[in-house]
Structures are given as structure tokens and as C-alpha cells.
Design a protein around this ligand. Structure first.
Ligand code: ATP
Ligand code: MG
Length: 336
């Protein structure tokens, strides 16, 4: 059976890109994988400026959101990263086969360090090594992520290969990415050439999963399109990034092909009709998630209990892998 692993940050409010690019795939993964393992990565969140009290709250927010979107702790392993110490131990061990120059060249590191006003932490540089450990600790076969994680996935594949070459073939599994065909890169509505982001973007350009219908309609009405004359509704990511994004969002929200949306908008009178179609599709997708979220988030004790149970299952899976890794690396006492 396929093992799936993915992680999501508890920073900020989760947005439409997270839902379509990642969370929907997590939900689908519950049917295909055994086990499907999903982790709220609080240790990744401490690599940029953050508030300690808020971080704990955000972990509950994100857990409730994942469950509202369809993750079922009975059918998957859902846990908080810092509860399973194997992640941090493995990340240190993997650092021995990770190339520093490559960490330095990572786009996310460059972007996020440029955005830091004060300290650029070593943790920000080291982030992809911990991310590699997250996945490799479970010998996961598949990692569902958005397009922005391609580079990190390549690094973790490289780390797994190097580790196996150095310490023993077959010790770690080289994982495959699983990137959706539509919606792998949802763009900011105000700046359609950059991805919708938890930490980087503008509030007006970001549709949050918990936005109410009014807020969604307002943001969509103001979405940036283009001034092509006469207006044309077609996919062209380079020449028409705004329109392409709205087509992709509409298609992904409804689970249909962008070309079908183009065909439906054949008689449109302007970009306003496309914006309206996008808003309708998003509202229909998000409304039920928002309702379930309110119920789930209200019961923190239940969320904590779910996370604890998830962590126990995760530990049981990761501990034997760490035993193998330690033995192969000559770390710790001789094995009997
Ligand atoms: P940040 O911008 O601070 O990195 P984020 O919005 O990328 O935050 P993460 O928790 O890092 O949030 O990402 C969770 C998942 O959502 C990842 O798999 C990522 O690839 C995916 N994802 C993030 N942004 C988008 C987007 N705009 N479109 C599609 N998928 C996305
Ligand atoms: Mg990210």
C-alpha cells in the first residue's frame, strides 16, 4: 500500500490555494493510502517572526480546518509535528548528507529571508532539511503538495538518495511528488504573478477558507484582470495571469476543466461575468467547510485529544525507521 505524507504550517489563516493545492489532495489520499499521514508543522512556523501564545492557537485553528475540510482522524494519522521527536532527530542526522550550497539557493529561503525585517534565522535556511525528515521518517511514497514545494521535494529526494548511497541502499524511500493538474498554483488576486500565500500576500488578494460569502464576492469583484481590448476570456498564464487564475480557481473549485468554464462564459459581457462565476464557485466550495469549522474549533479538548492520538500512531511508525537509521549511521550503542 502507498504511504502518503504531507505537512501544513499553522501560520496565519489558511487560504484557497492551500485548500485546492494541498488539503483537497489530503482528503482524497485517505481513500488511496495506508497510512495517510498529515502533520501540522509547528516547528516550521518558528523559523520566521511569530508569537508563542498565538502559535498554539493556530495549531488548533489549522487542525479544525483540516477536519472541517474532510480529514478524519480515524482514517488518517493527523498530528502536531513537535509531538513526535523523531522528526527533529532525523533532521539532524540528514544534515550530514545535505549540501549547504543548495539550501542557500532555495527560492523559498531567498524570498522569506528577504521579507524578514530583523533576524534571518538559521532555522529558515535549515527548513527544507526538517521537511525532508518529516517525510523520510515515514518512508512515504507520495507527498501531495502545491507547485511551490517542487524545489523542496527535489532536495528531499536528493537527500534520500545520498543517504542510501552513503549508509545503505533501501534504508530510506525516495518519495514522489503529487501536484494537482489544476490549482497547483493559485495566484494572489491583486498580484496574479505571485502565489497566494499565508505569510506574504495582501488581505485583499487572498481568499481565506473562512471568509464569508460577502467578503469573497468583494475580493473577487476587485480581482486584477487585464485591459485587453476587446476583452477575451482564455487561459494564457503569461499574457493573462489574472484571467487565467480566475478560470483555474473556478474550475478547481467545481472539479471541472478550465476549458469547460471558458465554454460556459461564451456569451459573457465582460470580465465581470468571470468574476461572478468564480465567486459563486468559491462560495459553494467554502460555505460547508466554514460551518463545520465553527463547530470543531469550539471544542479544543477534542482537538487536543485527536492530535495526541495521532501523535501516538505517528511515533509508532517513525520509531522503527529511526532505529534503522541510527544503526546504519553508527549512532548510539551496538545493536544486539
Ligand atoms: P507561506 O507562504 O508562508 O509558505 P503557504 O501559504 O505556502 O505559506 P504552507 O502551509 O506553507 O502555506 O503550505 C501548505 C500547502 O499548501 C503546501 O503543500 C503548499 O504547496 C500549498 N500551497 C501554498 N500556497 C499555494 C497556492 N497559492 N496554490 C496552491 N497550493 C499552495
Ligand atoms: Mg509554503
Amino acid at each position: 500500500m502507498t504511504v502518503i505524507f504531507s505537512g501544513i504550517q499553522p501560520t496565519g489563516r489558511k487560504h484557497l490555494g492551500n485548500l485546492i493545492g494541498a488539503i483537497e489532495q489530503y482528503v482524497a489520499g485517505q481513500e488511496r493510502a495506508d497510512p495517510a499521514i498529515y502533520c501540522v508543522v509547528d516547528l516550521h512556523a518558528v523559523t520566521v517572526d511569530y508569537d508563542p501564545a498565538q502559535l498554539r492557537e493556530r495549531v488548533y485553528d489549522t487542525t479544525a480546518l483540516l477536519m472541517a475540510a474532510g480529514l478524519d482522524p480515524q482514517r488518517c494519522v493527523l498530528f502536531r509535528q513537535s509531538d513526535v521527536r523523531e522528526h527533529t532527530e532525523l533532521s539532524w542526522l540528514l544534515s550530514s548528507v545535505t549540501e549547504l550550497g543548495r539550501l542557500n539557493r532555495m527560492h523559498q529561503f531567498r524570498d522569506k529571508s528577504a521579507a524578514q525585517r530583523a533576524l534571518v534565522s538559521a532555522g529558515l535556511l535549515f527548513y527544507p532539511v526538517l521537511q525532508a525528515a518529516d517525510v523520510l521518517a515515514y518512508r512515504a511514497d507520495e507527498v501531495p503538495v502545491g507547485e511551490d514545494q517542487r524545489e523542496h521535494l527535489e532536495l528531499m529526494r536528493d537527500v534520500a538518495r545520498r543517504f542510501n548511497a552513503r549508509f545503505g541502499e533501501g534504508l530510506l524511500v525516495v518519495p514522489e511528488h503529487r501536484i494537482p493538474t489544476v490549482g497547483a498554483r493559485i495566484m494572489d488576486l491583486q498580484e496574479p504573478t505571485r502565489k497566494m500565500s499565508t505569510t506574504g500576500g495582501s488581505v485583499e488578494g487572498t481568499v481565506y477558507v473562512l471568509d464569508d460569502p460577502k467578503a469573497i464576492e468583494k475580493k473577487l469583484k476587485r480581482a486584477v484582470t487585464d485591459s485587453e481590448d476587446p476583452f477575451t476570456i482564455r487561459r494564457d498564464p503569461v499574457a493573462k495571469p489574472g484571467v487565467t487564475n480566475l478560470l483555474d480557481i473556478t474550475a478547481a473549485s467545481r472539479g471541472i476543466d478550465p476549458q469547460t468554464v471558458v465554454a460556459e462564459l461564451d456569451g459573457a459581457r465582460g470580465y465581470g461575468d468571470l468574476k461572478l462565476a468564480a465567486a459563486e464557485a468559491i462560495v459553494a466550495l467554502l460555505a460547508p467547510v466554514r460551518e463545520r469549522y465553527a463547530e470543531l474549533r469550539a471544542d479544543e479538548a477534542a482537538l487536543e485529544a485527536a492530535l495526541e492520538q495521532g501523535a501516538a500512531k505517528a511515533r509508532a511508525l517513525a520509531a522503527p525507521v529511526l532505529t534503522d537509521v541510527r544503526a546504519a549511521m553508527g549512532v548510539g550503542p551496538k545493536m544486539p
